[in-house]
Design a protein around this ligand. Structure first.
Ligand code: RIB
Length: 305
């Protein structure tokens, strides 16, 4: 395994306000602070994997504006290869409006901007990104035809395909058949299974559509692995929660990195759980991602208890 990961996904500037609670429709609340952080599910997962030691090649778009400059600079600082990220001539860089309540729980509204113009053509023009890579990691903040083209490309090349179906939307069976690992949360799992709320039944429904492995992230409960017929529950590590933004991205990035290094899916999910646990103790999306040393230290400490 080469440890090379291709990511097709979004880059957003996160505009984050802390408030005592989430506002009701029509209500104005006075918050306590405002900060901007580099975010976007694609870029967060790219940084998560890169900080843990992966070689990451990212395909995506930002605008020709200050947010675009800043986002490119931050992912580059973490060693992400941005050769295949385009500057969109028309659309602005994506932004995410995020409210964090006192418990660190978030609500997010995204204005996709340039992310909405990532196309199948962009992926086809980035074919060299797939050369020698082990894993494709994709989410759903970019148009579906770009995701589908990337999945097809990776599947044909014999790469492992990992799909984090966020934000949730129904997906064509054609696409699902080419996915090796699906990483939904409970809400995304239910939606993809056509509204089935029962976890096991929803997993079976998705597996029947051709996805062999489903890893359900369950927030502060942990993660449930459905690897073919096998089931394994990994409880979450207990930590003090400060900011839940990008916890799922930390999980997905760490999971993909571990797979790209040849670790088993169970070990990969342990890494995902640990990365998510560390990320929620820190503010911001990309700044919260652990380094490899931090993650290995965390696993050592927690596993010796
Ligand atoms: O998953 C968290 C991310 O979702 C944020 O960084 C925000 O940009 C949205 O894309």
């Amino acid at each position: 395994m080469s440890g090379i990961i291709v990511i097709v996904g979004s880059l957003n500037m996160d505009l984050v306000v802390r408030a005592p609670r989430h506002p009701l429709p029509g209500e104005t609340l006075i918050g306590s602070s405002f900060q901007t952080f580099p975010g976007g599910k694609g870029a967060n997962q790219a940084v998560a994997a890169a900080r843990l030691g992966a070689q990451v090649r990212m395909i995506g778009r930002v605008g020709q504006d200050a947010f675009g400059d800043a986002l490119l600079a931050t992912v580059q600082r973490d060693g992400v290869d941005t050769t295949f990220i385009r500057r969109d001539p028309q659309a602005p860089t994506g932004v995410a409006l995020i409210t964090l309540d006192a418990a660190g729980q978030n609500t997010i509204v995204v204005a996709s901007g340039a992310n909405g113009n990532v196309s199948a053509e962009d992926v086809l023009q980035s074919v060299p990104a797939f050369e020698g890579a082990d894993v494709l990691l994709v989410q759903l903040e970019c148009p579906l035809d770009a995701v589908q083209t990337a999945v097809q490309q990776a599947h044909q090349a014999g790469m492992k395909v990992v799909l984090n179906p966020a934000p949730a939307r129904p997906l064509p069976p054609d696409l699902l058949r080419q996915v090796d690992y699906l990483i939904p949360n409970q809400h995304e799992l239910t939606l993809l299974a056509g509204g089935i709320a029962d976890r096991e039944q929803a997993i079976r429904t998705i597996q029947a559509l051709g996805v062999p492995n489903v890893v359900v992230t369950l927030g502060d409960e942990g993660a449930l692995l459905a690897l073919g017929e096998d089931r394994l529950f990994l409880p979450a590590y207990r930590v003090e929660v400060m900011d839940t933004v990008a916890a799922g991205d930390a999980f997905a990035g760490a999971f993909a990195l571990a797979l790209a290094e040849g670790k088993s899916p169970v070990e990969a999910a342990r890494w995902g759980n640990a990365a998510g646990a560390i990320a929620v103790t820190r503010p911001g999306a990309q700044p919260s991602m652990p380094t490899r040393q931090e993650l290995e230290q965390f696993l050592k400490e927690r596993n010796s208890r």
